[in-house]
Design a protein around this ligand. Structure first.
Ligand code: HEM
Ligand code: HEM
Length: 244
């Protein structure tokens, strides 16, 4: 989409196909040597290179395993819901997993281990490497509003795929918290008697069921927006697959 810039607004150096065009633009005199960094930038056609992959291997593996686990949890959860709907609607059976209530519960509990173990690995590595603090902080209302305004005006730069803007940071931190709520409320629904204190903290079994459902709805909303953003900046998808 043209509205979202793929280059920094203030070009620090001419890139291939992005030569200066303003009133002060000057053609280099014939025969003059190019600036030392120019050939490298022309070759990559990208912002100045940093060393190492954009996303480390462990991050890519845990991201895709998490995406798989979330699909399993949502689709099997919808089938569980259909067996005893909380509200006035059901999900189309074609979009669910498990075939029947018993099968869906089996998928839900199998997916639960993938979601939990993979999620703990992701969080553990993010915390111990200091990546969490580096990538997701600082984040605050002023920065989020400023970046949101810039995005809506098509002025938000995506030149550096290593850098998350504050709207991304907030969205990713939100979904991490949302999945944590899903796991905690899920534990109450799964082993209600054993997780007695947690059940009380979440307002009882019936309330935990509602928390679980609304956290699922927020997760699905996040994924919809996430996929739309990835479609707008396809380069980010390549980086999440290949690392660079
Ligand atoms: C991404 C994570 C998850 C999603 C999207 C999800 C989604 C859902 C949905 C939509 C339902 C049906 C809601 C209802 O009708 O009450 C459900 C039910 C259930 N979930 Fe999850 N869930 C997730 C994680 C978990 C985890 C980690 C556990 C266990 C620790 C769990 C345990 C359960 C149980 C036991 C039920 C059946 C509740 C009942 O009988 O009403 N869920 N889940
Ligand atoms: C098939 C579906 C998905 C695709 C194509 C996808 C794609 C991507 C891409 C390209 C990025 C990098 C964004 C960037 O560099 O600007 C990313 C990051 C991220 N995605 Fe997804 N994603 C998918 C599913 C999910 C799901 C289901 C979740 C969680 C519910 C999720 C959570 C995240 C998080 C938390 C990050 C930031 C990771 C980090 O840097 O630690 N994604 N995703």
């Amino acid at each position: 989409m043209a509205a979202i810039s793929d280059r920094p607004p203030a070009a620090d150096a001419p890139l291939a196909g992005n030569l200066p065009r303003g009133p002060n633009a000057q053609a280099a005199p014939a025969g003059s040597p190019p600036s030392p960094s120019a050939p490298a930038r022309r070759a990559t056609g990208s912002a100045p290179a940093s060393v190492g992959p954009v996303h480390p291997g462990w991050l890519r593996v845990t991201h895709w395993l998490n995406a798989l686990a979330v699909v399993i949890m949502v689709a099997s959860g919808w089938r569980i819901y259909n067996a005893s709907p909380l509200f006035d609607f059901t999900f189309p059976n074609g979009a669910t997993l498990g075939g029947w209530l018993g099968g869906a519960l089996q998928w839900h509990f199998a997916g639960m281990w993938l979601l939990l173990v993979n999620g703990l690995l992701y969080l553990g590595l993010n915390l111990t490497t200091g990546r969490l603090a580096r990538k997701f902080f600082p984040v605050g209302p002023r920065g989020v509003l400023a970046d949101l305004g810039a995005a809506l005006r098509g002025k938000l730069s995506h030149a550096d795929p290593r850098h998350y803007n504050q709207v991304q940071r907030l969205a990713y931190l939100f979904v991490i918290a949302d999945i944590t709520v899903l796991v905690l409320s899920g534990l109450v629904l799964w082993k209600s008697v054993q997780f007695d204190l947690l059940r009380t903290l979440l307002g009882g079994y019936e309330f935990a069921r509602r928390i679980h459902f609304f956290a699922m709805a927020l997760l699905v909303a996040f994924v919809a927006v996430h996929l739309a953003m990835v479609a707008l900046v396809p380069r980010s998808l390549i980086a999440m697959i290949r690392g660079k």
